[in-house]
Design a protein around this ligand. Structure first.
Ligand SMILES: C[S@@+](CC[C@H](N)C(=O)[O-])C[C@H]1O[C@@H](n2cnc3c(N)ncnc32)[C@H](O)[C@@H]1O
Length: 356
């Protein structure tokens, strides 16, 4: 990984970046409103002809002053250009408007994180998600997930599913290639992986472990899709170390799950996986590691996502560096026998076996 080993900016670029940081919340909110108000869409639809300020005001039905300040902000941000008083969309404006990844990230940051991030300093000091109190009094966001306001849930799931959805089809053949039939899915959430397994293999049997609130959602979905005879459920709070995992399964699957826990908690969970699985069993871990990304922008996104865990989720977990994570895998008694990088948007699959 060479992304972060050099200071690549000139002094001029550096002071410019410093201003982007100083004004980051303004840039963020102006961009969001330019998108949501229909201003960027109107400019996009005008194609190369472009639109004047007055024409945009007419199309979006907002005050002249408001549209003017937003468009001028959009010029500085680089979302639009202006020539002969006509505004046109830039490439960045195009991605803000049309790119699904950008939409998932932007909505997640606004709806789930924005207000709570004000408490990041206290979260760091206390090791607790102090920002979560903007939504309610839960120890972690996971206990509150099914009770969050509808639009917050929508953005949380939109973010979570955007990343895992693209990875699941790629990893299914790897998980099933050794004759795997019975799988435990820890942190199975809405049951997406269980459904994908049931569709992929007629023999697949999945046991979903999750908090009770999430299991209710998963159960309803699995029944609706007609897979109730292939999927079973066990309510657990994984942080309760006395709770053991069911035995007699070929594999344990954890996707975007262990990043919800601290280093010590990951070791504890994996040790219980070690007890539950026999010598020939595998533990499959699907994770996003910031040091294993192809693009600097992906590493950046994951590094910043870590602070969602700090301020909003649980105060002690993150998107890990793969070295830190693999140390936990080793400490729990496993070795990584296969590693597949660059799956979906940004995932790595770790296939782990008990160490001899
Ligand atoms: C980020 S989601 C991952 C969902 C899914 N595996 C995927 O790949 O999209 C994390 C899941 O872990 C569950 N979880 C978090 N803390 C937990 C706990 N203490 N005990 C059991 N499950 C927990 C959450 O309820 C949620 O379903």
């Amino acid at each position: 990984m060479t992304f972060f080993s050099k200071d690549k900016k000139s002094a001029l670029q550096a002071i410019e970046t410093a201003q982007w940081i100083a004004f980051a919340p303004v840039v963020f909110q102006a961009t969001r409103i330019l998108r949501n108000s229909g201003i960027l869409l109107a400019v996009q639809e005008s194609k190369s002809a472009g639109l004047t300020l007055e024409e945009i005001v007419e199309k979006v039905n907002l005050p002249h002053y408001g549209v003017r300040v937003l468009l001028e902000s959009g010029l500085g941000i680089g979302l639009v250009t202006v020539n002969d008083q006509k505004y046109r969309l830039t490439k960045t404006g195009h991605f803000i408007l049309n790119d699904e990844l950008t939409k998932a990230n932007l909505d997640f940051i606004h709806d789930v994180c924005y207000q709570g991030l004000f408490h990041l300093d206290k979260s760091i000091e206390n090791g607790k998600p102090e920002g979560l109190k903007v939504f309610g009094e839960w120890p972690t966001i996971y206990e509150g997930l099914s009770q969050l306001p509808q639009h917050v849930q929508k953005s949380w799931f939109g973010f979570d599913h955007y990343y895992s959805d693209t990875a699941f089809p790629v990893v299914l053949p790897h998980v099933f290639k050794n004759g795997t039939k019975k799988i435990i899915d820890i942190g199975g959430n809405t049951g997406k992986w269980a459904v994908a397994c049931a569709k992929h293999s007629a023999d697949a049997q999945v046991t979903i472990l999750d908090l009770p609130g999430q299991l209710n959602v998963a159960k309803a979905k699995i029944e609706q899709l007609g897979f109730a005879d292939r999927v079973s459920f066990q309510a657990v709070n994984i942080l309760d170390e006395t709770q053991q995992f069911p035995k007699g399964h070929d594999a344990i699957w954890m996707s975007q799950f262990l990043d919800c826990f601290s280093d010590a908690e990951i070791v504890s969970i994996l040790k219980r996986c070690h007890e539950a699985i026999d010598e020939n069993g595998y533990v499959f871990i699907l994770e996003t590691f910031w040091d294993l990304q192809r693009f600097e922008a992906s590493a950046f996104s994951l590094q910043q996502t870590s602070l969602y865990f700090t301020a909003m989720a649980n105060g002690n977990s993150q998107m890990y560096h793969s070295d830190v994570f693999k140390k936990c895998v080793y400490e729990a008694g496993f070795e990584v026998v296969e590693q597949i990088d660059n799956i979906g948007v940004s995932h790595t699959l770790l296939k782990c076996k008990k160490r001899q």
